[in-house]
Design a protein around this ligand. Structure first.
Ligand SMILES: [Zn+2]
Length: 291
């Protein structure tokens, strides 16, 4: 899905739209849809006589940040080195900010969500993959080339499961919703979505329990690493898997506190994201306002 909104400087979402991505139809079609979405948002704003400062975009990575080029995102087939910032600036005559979607979610949650008021925070989005974002001293940490925060690709198992990035043993291969669903099928459950696997485990199904416990163990390992490295005030967990946080968060917290050093583990609150769909839109808007 592509989500878009008109956001004011206080973070009020004035107008919100969601459309299908239809990524399988290819690059041209997706860009066309994106342009149409932006046009609708702009005309809604125009009709209210609002002044638009710029366009913020959160997109699947990897991204060449300075130039606003989307390189070769695994989830957007056929995309290679797309200068999206240029394309949209030419089309709309407004400045465009581009960043990866997980960073935008982190920015949104830090602005107005679960990490509001935390000077230091990290976020993991547990969905199709595992995205990450890092806030250090109230600023998004982007690294030397703007590629920092790929927390889903920290290796937690030597020679472990194959990851979509080509490496082995990444957190993403153990803690995404897709990984959970795949492992459940591997040990003989019929295909279920992540939420149903959690519910089955709660009802006492041994196989479901086993895959869930494994997932929690690996996720806790990843979070304990983050807690030891960053000493964050808040660890925000977002993405589809978090709809089931009522069924696993307590156990996850327990495991993290066993694995991490005592002091940072005591500081870090592990909390579900609260902005849902809107985190990315708010974060993308934040790119515009905070520049
Ligand atoms: Zn990876």
């Amino acid at each position: 899905l592509i989500k878009g909104g008109v956001v004011d400087e206080k973070g009020q979402v004035k107008y919100f739209l969601v459309i299908q991505t239809d990524a399988e139809k290819g690059k041209e079609e997706v860009i066309l849809r994106l342009k149409n979405l932006i046009s609708s948002l702009l005309s809604s704003s125009l009709s209210r006589k609002e002044k638009i400062l710029g366009i913020g975009i959160g997109s699947p990575g990897p991204i060449q940040l300075a130039e606003g080029i989307i390189l070769t995102p695994p989830n957007l087939p056929g995309w290679k080195d797309v200068p999206l910032k240029d394309i949209l600036e030419k089309e709309f005559g407004l400045p465009v900010w581009l960043n990866n979607d997980a960073n935008c979610a982190m920015l949104g949650e830090h602005w107005l969500g679960a990490a509001a008021g935390a000077e230091n925070a990290v976020m993991l989005t547990l969905g199709t993959g595992v995205g990450g974002g890092i806030i250090i001293e109230n600023k998004l940490y982007q690294g030397e080339d703007g590629t920092a925060g790929e927390l889903g690709h920290m290796v937690i198992v030597k020679d472990g499961r194959k990851c979509g990035c080509g490496n082995k043993g990444c957190l993403e291969a153990y803690a995404s919703a897709v990984a959970l669903e795949r492992e459940a099928v591997k040990i003989g459950l019929k295909f279920l979505n992540a939420r149903d696997i959690f519910i089955l485990a709660k009802k006492g199904d041994k196989k479901a329990k086993k895959v869930i416990e494994e997932m929690i163990e690996f996720l806790a390992t990843g979070i304990a690493n983050l807690v030891n490295i960053f000493n964050p005030k808040v660890v925000v967990l977002g993405g589809g898997l978090i709809k089931s946080s009522d069924l696993f968060l307590a156990q996850l917290k327990e495991k993290v506190s066993q694995k991490a050093f005592k002091i940072p583990a005591k500081t870090a609150r592990i909390v579900p994201a609260i902005l849902g769909d809107r985190a990315g839109v708010l974060g993308a808007a934040r790119l515009v306002f905070s520049d």
